[in-house]
Ligand binder design. Structure first.
Ligand code: CUO
Length: 665
């Protein structure tokens, strides 16, 4: 049969295997484009139920894209890699229609490094007008080696060879690093960077407020990680500020790369950042370069003005400054002057990832922190991002404080806030462990067909409902934005917070529009509706078996895969109950509103991911009202409150029990 849109997705399957081997549930085979090896085709495709033919097209020149060998690892943080990824994306964006894309993609897939292919192809499918309705499958299914302990694969291979056609399930041992190594969290982070690349065609990179969202999404990761640390009697992460000092944290990934056929390099304790001289990656960076970039950025913050390449002023204004700064620090191609402000955050990842082999004398590749797919596993990721966040906070400290007038919603008073957990007590969140199964067979190259399930254990919470009582003193209906945040009630010493510190601990739980009639209103909202999360099924989606048939459900399913995994919405808490403060605010919708239609768009995790091809759906600064220092005289959260805000004392109670998978496997 002729190729069609859905066949484009088959090219994600079994990334190391050639196209002429069967892919997908129909065991579809596509020709090995432009190489003619019919004997092998017939040998491998004898079971195929579907064959796709593709049109001959003029083949693109792949040039330096081929310099990254198939067995090497790929990282967007490495300038050479991101340059060739940009070229490949442009090739995929440049072909005229779906038929040609299929041909060109098959041609490229046979030749290009599989990680590079997967990344560039995903970005292109997300951004081409004729393919953006396609769902990009979860990368964990195709490159499970980036998420799952290496032992699992040797077991999977051994058993898969003995019982070829049955589903097989293995238990994966739970580890203490339940947050850092959570598959869903790492998938969210990968997907976020897929939606917001920092280098590609300008039309792909230049999204509304992307520099600000880089700041905010990573600020929330830090707040969430610190919350988990509090749940385990640990202090907040210390930012990595003295770059000449050794890195205390060791990290041993225990992952094996199935594609690169080698393990990820570990980092032993007390390594120091070194100047990089890696000709093979075309990287030459000195720690002194990093220090110069840092100083120039800090100077720009203090001056309130950056300089572009022509030495013209780029003012860091109250509303847009954070966006410009985000692009400078990350950095993205939107940086006002990349030569001058450099590539600070990205190079922090790179320098750390090569700390074991800075001049390539051992021919080693980068560690997990050098790849956005795996970076969040490394404890040092949080020390580096704590540093990066601190730069943004320094800038925020220079901005005007919110006056009462910019916080209040005259005539709107919240009189009560509570949460009710299903089958539990009022104002108590319940957390526990849950097991789930994921089919890895799509990533198991050259293995017999049939499902290969891995069982993994992750954090979970009971569903709950917010109930918010609001009084609208006006005669007419009023619209507002309800903003819900959560933070620990006490600092690590057990003393009540100063507002200036607690504001950075608040994690966003939800944000939604409300209409209030005159008089008393009771607003209820379910935890599963959260504007920061996507449902568990979508994080781990299997496009073939979970896909709804049509209608509303299908539209929901088609929303993008970016979003915090829902099972990680509530931090773990403690057995005795971690005391927290639940903050609810209703702001005036007139000051929040963005005029646009978003129907059919990917928007259910818009707080952290924005909305595809649309404006960020909230006019306020991201993190409002906690993104500024407090007004004069405000020391505590209680003093910060205006009538349209309310705080409830809540606890998070963790029970050390493990629920079996829902499917009962
Ligand atoms: Cu997401 Cu540093 O930006 O990993």
């Amino acid at each position: 049969m002729a190729g069609n849109k859905k066949h484009l997705l088959l090219l994600f399957d079994r990334p190391q295997e050639p196209c002429f081997m069967e892919k997908g549930p129909q065991r579809t085979v596509t020709p090995d484009y432009a190489t003619d090896i019919p004997q092998i085709v017939s040998k491998f495709s004898s079971n195929a139920q579907e064959t796709v033919s593709v049109n001959a097209v003029s083949t693109p020149s792949l040039g330096d894209i081929l310099e990254l060998k198939r067995e090497e690892n790929f990282s967007l943080f490495i300038p050479k890699h991101r340059k060739i990824a940009g070229r490949l994306i442009d090739i995929f964006l440049g072909v005229r229609n779906v038929d040609e894309l299929l041909s060109v993609a098959i041609y490229a897939r046979e030749r290009v490094n599989p990680y590079l292919f997967n990344y560039s192809y995903s970005v292109a499918l997300l951004h081409r007008p004729d393919t953006q309705d396609l769902d990009i499958p979860s990368i964990a299914r195709y490159f499970p080696d980036k998420y799952v302990d290496s032992q699992v694969f040797s077991q999977a291979r051994a058993v898969a060879n003995i019982v070829p056609e049955e589903s097989r399930t293995w238990k994966k041992k739970h580890r203490v690093a339940y947050f850092r190594e959570d598959i869903g969290i790492n998938l969210h982070h990968w997907h976020w960077h897929l939606v917001y690349p920092f280098e590609a065609a300008r039309s792909v990179v230049d999204k509304n407020r992307r520099g600000e969202l880089f700041y905010y999404m990573h600020e929330q990761i830090m707040a969430r990680y610190n919350f988990e640390r509090f749940s385990n009697n640990l202090k907040r992460v210390e930012r990595f500020i003295d770059w000449d000092n050794p890195i205390k944290e060791a990290y041993f990934p225990k992952l094996d790369s199935l594609v690169a056929s080698r393990s990820w390099p570990p980092r032993v304790a007390n390594q120091r950042w070194q100047n990089l001289r890696r000709e093979v990656d075309q990287i030459q960076v000195d720690i002194d370069d990093m220090k110069r970039w840092r100083d120039r950025i800090v100077d720009a913050i203090h001056a309130g003005v950056a300089k572009d390449a022509n030495n013209r002023d780029v003012p860091l204004t109250e509303n847009e400054g954070i966006d410009i700064l985000g692009n400078m620090v990350e950095s993205s191609i939107l940086s006002p002057n990349r030569a001058f402000y450099g590539d600070l955050h990205n190079m922090g990842h790179v320098v750390t990832s090569y700390v074991h082999d800075p001049d390539h004398r051992h021919l080693e590749s980068f560690g997990v922190i050098g790849d956005s797919t795996t970076a969040m596993r490394d404890p040092f990721f949080y020390r580096w991002h704590a540093y990066v966040d601190d730069i943004f906070q320094k800038f925020k400290e220079t901005l005007p404080r919110y006056t009462v007038a910019r916080l209040d919603y005259p005539g709107v008073t919240i009189t009560d806030v509570q949460i009710q957990t299903e089958g539990g007590q009022k104002n108590v969140f319940q957390t526990f462990w849950q097991q789930s199964d994921m089919d890895l067979s799509r990533g198991m190259d050259f293995q017999p067909r049939g499902s290969v399930f891995v069982r993994f254990t992750h954090l979970q919470h009971s569903p709950f409902t917010y109930t918010i009582n609001v009084n609208n003193e006006g005669k007419a209906n009023r619209m507002g934005t309800c903003r819900i945040f959560l933070a620990p009630k006490f600092d690590e010493k057990g003393t009540p917070w100063m507002f200036r510190d607690q504001k950075n601990m608040f994690i966003e739980l939800d944000k939604f529009r409300v209409t209030m009639k005159s008089g008393r209103n009771v607003i209820t909202r379910r935890s599963t509706q959260s504007s920061v999360t996507i449902p568990f099924e979508r994080t781990y989606r299997d496009l073939d078996t979970n896909r709804p048939q049509g209608g509303d459900q299908l539209a929901q399913f088609n929303f993008c895969g970016c979003g915090w995994p829902h099972n990680m919405l509530i931090p773990k808490g403690t057995a005795e109950g971690l005391q927290c403060e639940l903050f609810v605010m209703i702001s005036n919708y007139d000051d929040d509103r963005i005029n646009q239609t978003i129907e059919g768009q990917c928007n259910d995790a818009d707080s952290y991911c924005g909305i595809k091809d649309k404006l960020y759906p909230d006019r306020r600064s991201m993190g409002y009202p906690f993104d500024r220092m407090p007004r004069d005289g405000v020391q505590t959260l209680q003093q910060f409150l205006t009538r349209n805000m309310r705080v409830a004392d809540v606890t998070i109670r963790f029970t050390n029990r493990t629920l079996r998978p829902k499917s009962g496997n």
